[in-house]
Design a protein around this ligand. Structure first.
Ligand code: SF4
Length: 769
């Protein structure tokens, strides 16, 4: 299998437009397998279906599921090798509590009693707003839904969010702004039918490797799609593109407005579609009119002719498929830019048909479920916190009073949760399955918040992460493969993952931990019955189905039995669509009716929330909302003392903060340490050779790592954000040097989606020694 480290995508299996992507079953096992157990990969949002190989009660490998619609049997390097983390020797086996400043082994009873006593004390003295919960994009739907009920319906706190705030908050928010509701419009099979692909700020070749295989096999087959890529780096997809626009970081909205301007000026529009199915075209036309190719070229640092060529390709497309990810979501004017893709797609009438659509991609593997279940700043099943009827529905479902569910303001987003903890109004924070001490911006500040005396920090995780080391109580959690549950990928495909092996030591599934917490807190419904009515994952899934009934993410046609044996199935899946739904909005009716929509929308420039009355006055009523915004200068713009723009990002071999992939020998060996990537021109100017140790500094901190001379535009520095300190010491990398990219990033977020701007910042670069 070593070649899948060298060649992450494996051999090509080309297919023509409209053809079926051939099946290729990838497998990696350590010796013979006694039993195969159905599951899917949780190392990125593509969610490839796989079977887990088990021998003697231990995971010994995986193989792709050829029957599955998403991956047709293929797996990427993380999927093929990442399962080894389950068997890592440093798994957390017992709860830990802090005694005399040290984390020491404790019983479950002692650990949970401490958590519950602290919770009760704060509820009695400070109220529910003193408790906050920060969860993950890597748990299962059943874990999240249980947490959402406990936090929102039981404790009654508004402070619940997920680390999906860092990766997909903008995806969800932009879909709400344009279409009225979250939910990926396109499906994976649209790759087989498109004639043009637009990639913006997404490096599928490294972040969703199997998605890239699907695209690459089209590119290698007969009648390949044309391709435009917008990215400051020359990624694999950029190398395949007909036009690559290597724009200056922070200028996404300018180029997108420029492309819209060209479509309008050259009249490459579907005016009938615009008239019947959208509102806001006149304002869009006015806003983008000043973004001529020449002006856009100056702002973005590219050639005006390339803007025209890209617009021509998009304008000539008959089936346009657009992919967007962190280069947009974690950057300046994130939601406004993400909505600008919708504008391009909609003015060309390319939504709802085969091969035409939008992939507002997710990053975290189960981020979709965090969003759906109400763990990511929304109410469950895409309910609108401003809509009293939606709140009442939820209250009836949970059998609690509507006022018990906080909805006096928008659910608190992660950046605010950490600010409240910093300021002392949140005194209890439970972090489950994520590692903010490496992944959040401005780490010096985050470490100081997490370690302050006034904060009672609970961490449930499978490993003693950088965050867990700062906790008052650490709970050992079961990983994928050690529990049963479901999760949903970026194209709405729901997979069942059956338990293959027992969790090690005393580790428990997150759902069980939250159930135990609810029992010990004695959370009750309004009739005095236990608030949480389920005790198994399947019972939770059945309850979740009821929560989604009639909502856009309707799961009522699914069941564990239906998900066993064959392919994953896309929601909505109900009586009207018993086999699931390949793409949304085929009837060109969007969920922008005031009584249905998940959100009334925002002013994209300021983030001001629209009221129900504001929204009704727009009268979208089933039409998509075109929203246009002027480009503005980013908060930090590379110049003077800090002349480089910083882009943080990912490598093909690691996931998130390497908690799992750093414990996978092949993946860790392939990318053992951070690096600083710069262009050949900048390297020459700074007299830097490959491997020289560089120091990168921002007003927040510094990072030291070896130079890698790469293919990115001049004036841009790339640093992968995966690397923290758990494997090399408490607060420094190899040789005592700081290496976490988020030492450099700043505490600033998008005004609409509240996603931190991890890819906007200015830095200085020099040789370290
Ligand atoms: S593409 Fe994503 S889901 Fe598929 S195997 Fe790779 S990491 Fe896993």
């Amino acid at each position: 299998m070593a070649d899948r480290i060298v060649d992450p995508w494996g051999a090509r299996t080309p297919y023509p437009r409209g053809g079926d992507w051939p099946i290729r079953v990838d497998e990696n096992t350590e010796g013979p397998v006694d039993e195969w157990v159905q599951s899917a990969c949780v190392l990125c949002s593509h969610g490839c279906a796989l079977d887990i190989g088990v021998r003697d009660g231990r995971i010994v490998g995986v193989r792709g599921r050829g029957v599955d619609r998403v991956n047709h049997g293929r797996l990427g390097p993380k999927g093929l090798f990442g399962w080894q983390a389950n068997n890592a020797p440093d798994r957390l086996l017992h709860p830990l509590v802090r005694r005399g400043g040290e984390l020491q082994t404790a019983s479950w009873d002692e650990a949970m009693s401490l958590i519950v006593e602290r919770s009760q004390e704060l509820l009695a003295t400070r109220g529910s707003g003193a408790l906050g919960f920060y969860t993950s994009g890597q748990l299962f739907l059943e874990d999240y839904y249980t947490l959402a009920l406990v936090a929102r319906g039981g404790i009654g706190t508004n402070h619940l969010d997920g680390n999906t705030r860092l990766c997909t908050a903008t995806a969800g928010q932009s879909l709400k702004e344009t279409f009225g509701c979250d939910g990926q419009p396109a499906g994976v099979h649209d790759i087989e039918n498109c004639d043009t692909i637009l990639h913006v700020g997404i490096n599928t070749a490294e972040t969703q490797t199997v998605l890239w295989m699907h695209e690459l096999d089209r590119l290698r087959g007969p009648d390949p799609p044309r391709s435009v890529v917008i990215d400051p780096r020359q990624t694999e997809s950029a190398r395949e593109a007909e036009v690559h626009l290597a724009i200056r970081p922070g200028t996404n909205l300018a180029i997108l407005n420029g492309l819209a301007q060209q479509l309008i000026e050259t009249d490459r529009l579907d005016r009938g579609f615009i008239e019947r199915h959208t509102i806001g075209f006149d304002a869009l036309e006015r806003t983008v009119s000043g973004y001529t190719p020449q002006r856009v070229a100056e702002i973005c640092g590219i050639a005006a002719d390339d803007v025209r060529r890209a617009a021509e390709i998009i304008g000539e497309a008959e089936r346009l498929l657009t992919f967007v990810l962190q280069g947009v979501y974690q950057s300046h004017q994130a939601t406004a830019s993400a909505c600008a893709f919708h504008n391009l797609q909609l003015v060309r009438g390319m939504t709802g048909g085969p091969g035409s659509g939008i992939w507002q991609m997710n990053g975290q593997p189960t981020a979709q479920n965090t969003r759906e279940t109400g763990c990511n700043g929304d109410l469950p099943a895409f309910r609108n916190w401003q809509n009293e009827e939606h709140v009442a529905e939820l209250a009836a479902l949970w059998n609690v009073e509507p006022l018990q569910i906080p909805h006096w303001g928008p659910p608190t987003h992660a950046m605010e949760i950490f600010r409240y903890a910093e300021q002392g109004s949140i005194e209890f924070l439970w972090v489950s399955g994520t590692n903010p001490a490496v992944s959040l911006p401005e780490l010096e500040r985050i470490r100081s918040i997490l370690s302050q005396n006034g904060l009672f920090l609970v961490v449930s995780d499978a490993f003693l992460s950088e965050t867990a080391r700062l906790a008052d109580v650490v709970l050992p959690a079961a990983l994928w493969g050690e529990k049963t549950g479901t999760f949903t990928n970026a194209d709405r495909t729901v997979h069942l993952s059956d338990q293959a092996v027992a969790p090690p030591g005393e580790a428990r599934p997150d759902m069980e931990i939250f159930l135990d917490y609810a029992r010990r807190l004695d959370l009750r419904d309004k009739d005095g019955e236990p608030l949480v009515k389920w005790s198994t994952p399947e019972e939770c899934f059945e309850a979740w189905k009821e929560c989604t009934r009639g909502r856009p993410c309707d799961y009522t046609g699914l069941s564990y039995d239906k998900l066993r044996g064959g392919s994953g199935i896309q929601w909505p899946c109900n009586d009207a669509a018993p086999e699931g739904t390949e793409r949304l909005y085929e009837d060109l009716t969007f969920p922008t009716f005031p009584d249905v929509c998940e959100d009334y929308g925002h002013d994209l420039a300021t983030g001001a929330t629209l009221s129900e009355a504001d929204f009704k006055a727009l009268r979208p009523d089933g039409r998509a909302v075109l929203k246009a915004t002027e480009w503005t200068l980013p908060h930090e713009w590379a110049r003077d003392e800090y002349p480089f723009a910083l882009a943080t990002g990912r490598t093909v071999y690691h996931f998130h903060t390497r908690t799992k992939t750093g414990r996978t020998p092949e993946l860790q060996a392939a990318a053992p340490d951070a690096w600083v990537e710069l262009s050949a021109a900048d390297a020459t100017r700074l007299n830097v050779a490959e491997g020289d140790l560089l120091r990168v500094s921002s007003p927040r901190g510094s990072v030291e790592a070896p130079a890698r001379i790469g293919r990115l535009r001049e004036g841009v520095i790339f640093i992968p954000f995966h690397y923290g300190y758990w494997d090399v010491g408490d607060d420094a990398g190899p040789d005592g040097r700081p290496r976490a990219a988020n030492e450099l990033t700043m505490t600033i977020w998008d005004p609409v989606s509240k996603q931190p701007q991890l890819k906007t910042g200015a830095v200085r670069v020099e040789k370290a020694r």
